[in-house]
Design a protein around this ligand. Sequence first.
Ligand code: FES
Length: 134
Amino acid sequence: MSGDIFAICSVDDIPNRRASPFVLARREEGGEVRPWPIFILRWGKNVRAYENRCPHQDSHLDWERGEFLDSSGTRIQCGKHGALFDLGTGECVDGPCAGARLTALECLVDDGEICLVGVALEEEDEIDSGQGVE
Ligand code: FES
């Protein structure tokens, strides 16, 4: 895996104790470029990035777009069946996939930018959405 660093957004783009979704474009091992949904969570100066995919049924977590946290704001919550995940580790602490984990992504803050590390991303306009523009 390469050590490439990709800036995703500014720290200030994500309000404190909130998470934001992004759909990136990742090159798979076979060379295909596929949409790759992730989300980035911020509290204070800490950031975490996870794939936007629940380990219970591989569904996205934010059934209301951009809503990743439970009502107390202290757990990540899957909107489909309500599994709760630890903010810092992504481990499911309650719900149908207890003990499973979200897929964590290596990230860092560099000069106010939240960056992913060591992933093969492509420019988004290289994704073929399969939908023609009429
Ligand atoms: S798909 Fe997330 S809890 Fe079932």
